[in-house]
Ligand binder design. Structure first.
Ligand code: PGA
Length: 254
């Protein structure tokens, strides 16, 4: 089955509203064949609605995503934002379980699972991040760690609901470090993830789910990664902050 690639920009805590809009206005004029690739941008929350208005005004096919949501609908949770609020900004996706959330904000698989269910009930699509740390890879438990994160994060998610989810395999040691997993190692992990999805759900779902790679993706390594059978796209941090670099990554097929 042919899975449409998804190239996603995770801006993390970078760019104010003005910079976000400047970026979009430059990016929208790039020659990208959207029949070949889906492109998504996850700016900070503040830029979601301003970007949504520009995307709409320009009839751009770019998908908008938040980088996180909180696992409650509303209430006394100072500084947090709900799935419905993100949706009301015009976003159709949220990233969940990014390793920076897990590491700096103590997000466990259980929390990721609660957030995932809130995102689903708000009809958001999800990029669910999983990935092992360097000590775990060195100890030879990378597969166990990643597959366990996957199983726990997806607990209780139905066959119908999983259609809203793309998985991002992001080895923690490759994020922002300039070190990329070799395309062979990434492919091997993606293959394991797909097999696990087939076991948890079924073969059709396993074959159709998109599995992105993330961790120091750049114009120089995207083609090799995308040649692999089970790599269906990329979640790009640092290199996505630059319009030209992100455009080169999004046009990997050219
Ligand atoms: P990076 O980040 O491309 O800067 O390594 C990827 C990510 O954290 O999503």
């Amino acid at each position: 089955m042919k899975r449409k690639p998804l190239i996603a920009a995770n801006w993390k805590m970078n760019k104010g509203i003005g910079e976000s809009l400047d970026y979009f206005l430059k990016f929208k004029d790039k020659n990208i064949d959207y029949s070949q690739v889906d492109v998504l941008i996850a700016p900070p929350y503040i830029s979601l609605y301003p970007m949504y208005k520009e995307i709409k005004a320009n009839k751009s096919p770019i998908f908008l995503s938040s980088q996180n949501i909180y696992m409650k609908d509303e209430g006394a949770y100072t500084g947090e934002i709900s799935a419905a609020m993100v949706k009301s900004c015009g976003a159709t996706y949220t990233i969940l379980g990014h390793s920076e959330r897990r590491e700096y904000f103590n997000e466990t698989d259980e929390i990721v699972n609660m957030k995932l269910k809130k995102a689903i009930s708000a009809e958001l699509n999800i990029i669910l991040c999983v990935g092992e740390r360097d000590i775990e890879r060195e100890a030879g438990v990378a597969y166990e760690v990643v597959l366990s994160q996957l199983g726990k994060s997806l607990m209780g998610v139905t066959e119908e609901e999983i259609e809203r989810i793309a998985i991002a395999y992001e080895p923690v040691w490759a994020i922002g470090t300039g070190k990329t997993a070799s395309s062979e190692d990434a492919e091997a992990m993606h293959n394991e993830i797909r097999k696990k999805i087939e076991i948890l759900y079924n073969k059709t779902i396993g074959e159709s789910i998109r599995i992105l790679y993330g961790g120091s993706v750049k114009p120089e390594n995207i083609r090799e990664l995308m040649q692999k059978e089970n790599i269906d796209g990329a979640l790009v941090g640092g290199a996505s902050l630059d319009v030209e670099k992100f455009c080169k990554i999004a046009t990997f097929y050219a």
